[in-house]
Design a protein around this ligand. Sequence first.
Ligand SMILES: [Zn+2]
Length: 161
Amino acid sequence: MSKIKSTNTKPELMLRKFLFSKGMRYRINYKKLPGKPDIVFTKYKTIIFVNGCFWHGHENCKIAHLPKTNTDFWQNKISRNIERDNKNVQNNILLGWKVLVIWECEINKNNLENIYNRILDAISEDLENKTFKITLYTENEERVSKVSEDIFKYNKKNLGL
Ligand SMILES: [Zn+2]
């Protein structure tokens, strides 16, 4: 099993390179958050766990099959990993972070754009719900009240009041 690495795997690097080429900037293996998320967008409070299918027990996945020897041992180990993963996801959500889990088997050249869009969706949803809408609203409101004030003055002058 030594061939299966748990961090900095090839698919994860492929994804990171792609996101970087799209202009995204992020932290990696962020120690300040539960489970040391693999990719972190601190500005958008969004994190990504890139899960290796074998170690993290991806359900119904072709590349996550258990070894034929010591099956119980691996089964137990991976069940514990799944439990820990779930706890990490929940704890990050409780801390106010948006969490995406991306599986190793999803990462291939043809799917990188889809994953990128999923991340953008998560980030922009956050913007809409918080900062973005609020800023737009106050700006519009200010402009509207200024405009009506100007019209009012203009009319008063015109009417000789
Ligand atoms: Zn998988």
